[in-house]
Design a protein around this ligand. Structure first.
Ligand code: GLN
Length: 295
């Protein structure tokens, strides 16, 4: 059997299983197993598999088998790119989505501007960011990487998710600027205040979960997706308590679902937040709400 025949066999398996990006996913798995880029593949595709390649071919068969069971590619490869960084992921965390980069970019732009405006005496060290429902840590860790003077607290209710976040903190050598705290939203932070709070909380209405793709529905943690029957429970809780945990004028940045661009801002205005604004993702959908705590 040649390399080309093996790759085609993998593609067929994924296509038959209904994998949307069957060709691309087969290629990623192939490239992972054989450590081959496209150039090397085109050179060797008509070559028969050598004896030592048999083991890698068996691994390719095993990984395409998993993908055919609709296990997400990122859980198989244990990694996902986000903001240009490669994050470790497993089945205990939501896989970082490109949409969520809008949350990071919005917080980054807003907080850079505020940091520049701070009086010199109050600069570095004291600048604290809280990432609620951190999961893999992708939001808070990206902010820590891109705002070197910030101290970021990564928080989640899930112990298993925090192990993934801790692995990513080690991976990016951010032990100095990131701390990990297990908490049910603000439970652990009584009396603490942050300059900025970011969160991508669970926001899918419970009744919608069953309609998601099998990769998401069956393999990503339901607790990271399920936002209660109306999808708004976490916004109600965060909106109700965030002001007690922000410094005066502190900012709140939340990811929202495409159809929550009216309900969530309304909730935050009712809770007393100012300058409530909705921002769109690259696909043009409402994706982020930013708001300010009164001075
Ligand atoms: N955007 C994610 C999805 O479509 C949901 C993310 C979330 O609930 N925070 O699956």
């Amino acid at each position: 059997m040649t390399y080309r025949e093996l790759l085609k066999e993998g593609e067929r398996k994924l296509f038959t299983a209904g994998v949307a990006e069957w060709e691309l996913d087969a290629w990623y798995l192939f490239s992972h197993c054989f450590s081959m880029d496209r150039g090397a593949y085109f050179l060797h595709m008509e070559t028969a598999l050598s004896e030592e390649a048999e083991e890698k071919a068996a691994e390719f068969g095993c990984l395409t088998g998993k993908r055919a069971e609709r296990i997400p590619l990122q859980q198989i490869l244990k990694s996902q790119e986000f903001m240009g960084f490669s994050f470790y992921v497993n089945e205990h965390v939501l896989i970082p989505r490109q949409d969520t980069e809008t949350l990071v970019e919005t917080a980054l732009a807003g907080e850079r501007a505020r940091m520049r405006a701070l009086p010199t005496g109050k600069k570095p060290q004291t600048y604290r960011i809280l990432d609620l429902c951190t999961g893999s840590g992708c939001v808070g860790i990206s902010l820590a990487k891109l705002l070197p003077s910030a101290k970021v607290t990564l928080s989640d209710i899930s112990e298993e998710a925090l192990e993934v976040a801790a692995e990513n903190v080690r991976r990016f050598d951010l032990g100095e600027s990131c701390e990990i705290a297990r908490s049910d939203l603000f439970e652990r932070f009584s009396g603490e205040r942050f300059d900025c709070i970011v969160s991508n909380p669970p926001y899918v209405p419970s009744g919608e979960i069953g309609k998601l793709m099998p990769e998401v529905r069956d393999h990503e943690p339901a607790a990271a997706l399920d936002g209660s029957p109306d999808g708004l429970e976490f916004y109600r809780r965060i909106g109700g308590e965030a002001a007690e945990h922000l410094t005066p004028g502190g900012r709140l940045y939340l990811e929202i679902g495409w159809d929550q661009g009216e309900t969530v801002p309304e909730l935050l205005r009712t809770a007393g937040f100012l300058h409530v604004e909705v921002l769109k993702d690259l696909a043009g959908n409402n994706r982020v709400v930013k708001a300010a705590c009164p001075e």
